[in-house]
Each structure stands twice: as structure tokens, then as C-alpha cells.
Design a protein around this ligand. Structure first.
Ligand SMILES: *[C@@H]1O[C@H](CO)[C@@H](O)[C@H](O)[C@H]1NC(C)=O
Ligand SMILES: *[C@@H]1O[C@H](CO)[C@@H](O)[C@H](O)[C@H]1NC(C)=O
Length: 558
């Protein structure tokens, strides 16, 4: 009786009180519509927007400090990766933050759903008119010119002043992405009538055996089933088991008979192996083919991804939600940094930091547009790619040939406009900038994080697609190759009772000289310049260089 009347009283009070008027403060803004997009109409007031609210993590500084502590080889805590719950303690919002944001949502007659393992992302559904009022925004319809794809975005939005420090971002708002992430495939050509004998001719093609020879990658099968490798797939691209079996036919070593991978579908992703995609086929053929005996999982990320960053955030959160995270995640998709709002980029980058702290190495292809990013249009300034600028991913550029191995001219590399030079690469980048002198001055950001971190072969990879042989080039080939090497190093570590490598960058920059082959020739021209040149030491074309398996194992302490 008492409870019922209290509830009645409460709802009566709530009904009478009008939402408190809060003062709003501009939170994120863009000076102009990004290139490639036009504003085409105002958005219908009744259209429902699915917005995500990123809540302030309780301890981002602690997350990053701990990540460095467990990932820096000279640290006493090296390799002491944390559990899901321990990482969650850094990324979970405080109760004060959750209460403050929820009060605002309820006061506006809305309700929120928690959508991330740590509770730092909420989702709300809200009509355009209400969103414009709550956020002092101007949600409009924007068209991506080359594809005609439309999205509802705003050039600016505000949040209540008293939520600053609690609410990191509302999304998608000022992030304008093309309809899909681009897969860095620079060229594909028919390989002709390839016979088994041709395939092992390393002067004509790159195949798993050539990579095994060049980088000293072992052909003995991995033994540790907990050490699994994840390949991510977007844009409804799937691998084909039949293509994989056809591909492995000529290459499979006696030690391994595995021709399989598992599939995980998220965000409405599907899997139709009878209708394979080139990117997915390459990624699966070169991970299953190289990381012999390592369990490989393909993640098919579907079109219902509403994270506004191609599903990348959903993918990271999916794997963060597992009790054992992957050993390595390789992604051969990306975009240009300029499309992504700084707050969104930061928040995605912290999700990669969280994966690093769990013991996962997160690898991305650096892109195939050399210094033009992923675009091929005319550019004045160099265009950094996304998400290679995040210091907590390992960005992989491309090389070609083996006498000497040289930079591939499409290998994207440069400097982020969002992330500053991180400590692990400060002296490497300083060395390169001193070598560069005035060359390209003003075209790149000399205080930004340099990428790629490393490189691997990326030209004339042979692969099988629906029964025929093709040659492909692109950093799409390089990331799965480097990822396979890391997965095999991790297999040896786990077998010896040691920790996996986790976030690679502090390790790579401290051992680079010994465990990687420095690539010192070639360049990545673009934007009417010669781009950057590869040289001794780190460079923004080939990073620190290409892997030397045995030396990496030794550097890892085995
Ligand atoms: C491919 O080469 C093989 C062996 O030389 C030959 O038997 C076959 O007919 C050729 N196929 C085509 C389509 O040219
Ligand atoms: C250059 O990079 C720095 C450090 O990340 C950043 O603060 C600055 O805004 C960038 N400059 C431009 C013009 O983007």
C-alpha cells in the first residue's frame, strides 16, 4: 500500500515538473562539410536517429599508463595483461557519470540501452526535432557525392554544461564517413593458366612458401589452441572454403592439414561462401596458409553497424567482451582521418588500447594511396589514413621484391593530424624528420604520430578466386602476413608458458633494428610530390621494416 502510493506520488511529481532548462555548450564542431560530401536537404523532424552516447571512462589515464607498463619490454610488469573485469574497471564510467547522463535522458522523455561490455556506450533513439533541441544541433541530410549515399549529420552540437566531463561524445554527429570502409587493394590481375610448378617460382609470384623463405617463417604447425587469430571483414565480403582449399593445394606443408576457419557474425553480418569477396579471400588464404596450425576466425561485420565508424567500434567491443581475446586481429580496411571526429577517433583508439591491455595485437593495413591517403583525387596537403594514426594499433605498410626488398610505391604513410607523436617512437620520428629537412614542409604534420610501424610484402600475391588464379597488390596483403608472423611468435610464447606480445609498438621500436629488416629504398609519391622516401631507420613508407622470425622470437625472450 505504502509503496503504491509513493510511486503514485513520484509519477505525479514527475508529470508536473518540466525539464530543467540546462545551459548548453558547444561540444564538437566542424568548420565545413568534408570534401566529397554535400548538404542536400534538412532532415525530416520525425525521422528517428539512433545515437550513441560515449560516457567518460572512469580512468583513461590509468588505462594508458597501465598499457605502457605491461607492453614496454624493460618494465617489471611486461606481459602482465589484464582480465576483462580489470580492463573494465578503467573504462567503465563512474556511477556519478551514469546517473548524470541518465537523468538528462529521462528528463527528455527518452530511455537508453547499454551497448558495450564496460557500460561506457549508451544508445538512444530520438526524433530529429528532439535531437536538434537537446543538442542545439542542425541535423541535415548529407550526400556522399561519389556513391550518392545519404546520411543525417550535423556540423556542430552542444551538450549541457554540467555534463562536460561525463559525456564524451554523441555520435554519429560530426563524423562523415563514406558508406563503407575501403579495402586497400591497389590492383588485381588475372594470373593466367598457373600450374603447380609456376606457383613455387618466387621470382614471378609471392605465395606462402616465398614468404616463409624470405622472413624465416616456420612451417611446423602451431600447437596452442588458445592463441587464435582474427581476420575482420566488412562490406558483405566473405571468404570461400573452396577457394581456400584450391589455394592451399599447391602450398600446404606436410605438417598441417588445416583448411578451415570459423566465422563470427556481428551487426547482422552474414556468411555466404558461395559468393566470396576478394579481400576476404586474400586475408583468409594468407592467414590460414601462413600461420599454420593457428585457429583463424573470420568476423563478418554486417550493415546494421550503427557505430558510425564502419563497424570498427562494434568489432573492438565484441572482442573485448570475450573472456579470452584474440592473439592478433588483422584488418585490411580503413579510411581517411579527416572524416572522423576527434572524440570518436579517441574513443575508438581507447578501445584498441583496451584490447592491447588484454594481450591482443591490433594490426591494420596502412592504406594504398601513398601520401594521398585512401583517395586518388588531387590533394594539396598529404592525407593521413584512419585508423593508422591511433598509437595503439600497429600499422603495416607494403614492400616488394627481395633483392633488395624495397618500398611499394602505393604504401600509405605519414603523420596523424589527431594523435601526437607517442613516446615509443619519439626518437625514430625525430631521426626521420632530421633526415627529411625542408622536404614536404607544410604538407604534413610534423608533430603527429608517424605510421606505418612496420611493413611486409604487398605486391604480386597469388590467390585463388572462384577456381581461378589472380595476382593482387596492396597493403591488404601486408597486414595478414605480419599478423601471421606475430600469431606464430605468440604460439611459441604461449607454449613456453609466457605471455603473448599484446600491444606491439613499444616492443617493436625497442627491438626493431635487430628483429626487423630495415627497408631503405623506394618511396610513396603523391599529391604532385615525391612523397616520403624510405631510408635507414624508421620511415613513413615502410616503418621499421619487415619481419625476421627467429630474431623476433629471440627478442621476445625465447
Ligand atoms: C592450362 O595448362 C595445362 C597444362 O599445360 C593444360 O593442360 C590446360 O589445357 C591449360 N588450360 C587452359 C584453360 O589453357
Ligand atoms: C598536428 O598534430 C597535432 C598533434 O597531434 C595536433 O594537435 C594539431 O591540431 C595538428 N595540426 C593540424 C593542422 O591538424
Amino acid at each position: 500500500m505504502l509503496i503504491v502510493s509513493l510511486l503514485t506520488l513520484l509519477s505525479f511529481t514527475a508529470a508536473l515538473s518540466k525539464p530543467a532548462t540546462r545551459s548548453l555548450e558547444v561540444h564538437e564542431t566542424r568548420a565545413a562539410v568534408p570534401s566529397g560530401f554535400v548538404k542536400s536537404a534538412s532532415a525530416s523532424p520525425n525521422t528517428l536517429l539512433n545515437l550513441r552516447l560515449g560516457l567518460a571512462n572512469s580512468n583513461t589515464d590509468g588505462l594508458i599508463t597501465t598499457l605502457y607498463d605491461v607492453s614496454t619490454p624493460s618494465s617489471a610488469n611486461y606481459g602482465q595483461h589484464l582480465s576483462k573485469e580489470e580492463v573494465g574497471a578503467f573504462t567503465a564510467p563512474t556511477k556519478e557519470t551514469v546517473d548524470a547522463v541518465n537523468a538528462w535522458i529521462i528528463e527528455n522523455g527518452l530511455s537508453a540501452t547499454t551497448i558495450s561490455p564496460a557500460g561506457d556506450w549508451l544508445a538512444i533513439s530520438v526524433p530529429v526535432s528532439k535531437a536538434n533541441e537537446m543538442l542545439d544541433a542542425d541535423f541535415s541530410v548529407f550526400t556522399h557525392e561519389s556513391t550518392g549515399a545519404q546520411s543525417i549529420r550535423t556540423l556542430s552540437y552542444s551538450i549541457p554544461t554540467d555534463l562536460k566531463g561525463h559525456l564524451d561524445l554523441v555520435h554519429p554527429t560530426t563524423t562523415f564517413t563514406p558508406p563503407s570502409a575501403k579495402s586497400p587493394i591497389h590492383a588485381v590481375k588475372f594470373a593466367g593458366n598457373v600450374t603447380k610448378r609456376d606457383i613455387v617460382d618466387c621470382s614471378r609470384f609471392v605465395d606462402p612458401q616465398c614468404l616463409e623463405q624470405l622472413y624465416g617463417i616456420p612451417t611446423t604447425a602451431a600447437t596452442e589452441s588458445s592463441n587464435y587469430l582474427v581476420v575482420t571483414g566488412y562490406n558483405n565480403e566473405y571468404p570461400s572454403t573452396t577457394d581456400l582449399v584450391d589455394f592451399l593445394g599447391p602450398f600446404q606443408s606436410a605438417e598441417s592439414s588445416s583448411t578451415s576457419y570459423t566465422v563470427v557474425e556481428i551487426d547482422g553480418g552474414s556468411y555466404d561462401p558461395s559468393n566470396p569477396g576478394v579481400e576476404a579471400d586474400i586475408d583468409i588464404q594468407y592467414t590460414v596458409g601462413l600461420a599454420i596450425g593457428v585457429p583463424v576466425t573470420f568476423t563478418s561485420v554486417g550493415e546494421s553497424a550503427s557505430d558510425g565508424v564502419f563497424g570498427f567500434l562494434d568489432t573492438a567491443n565484441y572482442w573485448l567482451g570475450q573472456s579470452t581475446t584474440p592473439s592478433v586481429i588483422s584488418t585490411s580496411y580503413g579510411s581517411n582521418e579527416e572524416y572522423i571526429s576527434t572524440n570518436v577517433y579517441n574513443s575508438l583508439c581507447n578501445a584498441y588500447a583496451s584490447l592491447g591491455l588484454r594481450g591482443t595485437s591490433v594490426l591494420f593495413s596502412s592504406g594504398d594511396g601513398a601520401v594521398t591517403g585512401t583517395q586518388s583525387e588531387d590533394c594539396t596537403d598529404f592525407v593521413p589514413t584512419f585508423p593508422s594514426g591511433c598509437p595503439y594499433v600497429t600499422s603495416v605498410g607494403a614492400t616488394q621484391g627481395n633483392s633488395p626488398e624495397t618500398a611499394a610505391d602505393f604504401s600509405s604513410g605519414g603523420f596523424s593530424n589527431v594523435f601526437a607523436i607517442p613516446p615509443f617512437q619519439a626518437s625514430s620520428v625525430a631521426g626521420y624528420l632530421a633526415y627529411l629537412g625542408d622536404t614536404n614542409a607544410g604538407l604534413y604534420n610534423a608533430s603527429g604520430r608517424g605510421y606505418p610501424d612496420v611493413s611486409a610484402q604487398g605486391v604480386d600475391f597469388i590467390f585463388n578466386y572462384q577456381g581461378s588464379w589472380y595476382l593482387v597488390e596492396g597493403t591488404s596483403c601486408s597486414s595478414p602476413t605480419f599478423a601471421s608472423v606475430i600469431a606464430l611468435v605468440n604460439d611459441r610464447l604461449v607454449a613456453a608458458g609466457r605471455s603473448k606480445l599484446g600491444w606491439l609498438n613499444p616492443f617493436l621500436y625497442s627491438i626493431g633494428k635487430f628483429a626487423l629488416t630495415d627497408i631503405t629504398s623506394g618511396s610513396n609519391p603523391g599529391c604532385n610530390t615525391n612523397g616520403f622516401s624510405a631510408t635507414t631507420g624508421w620511415d613513413p613508407v615502410t616503418g621499421l621494416g619487415t619481419p625476421v622470425f627467429d630474431e623476433l622470437v629471440t627478442a621476445a625472450g625465447l
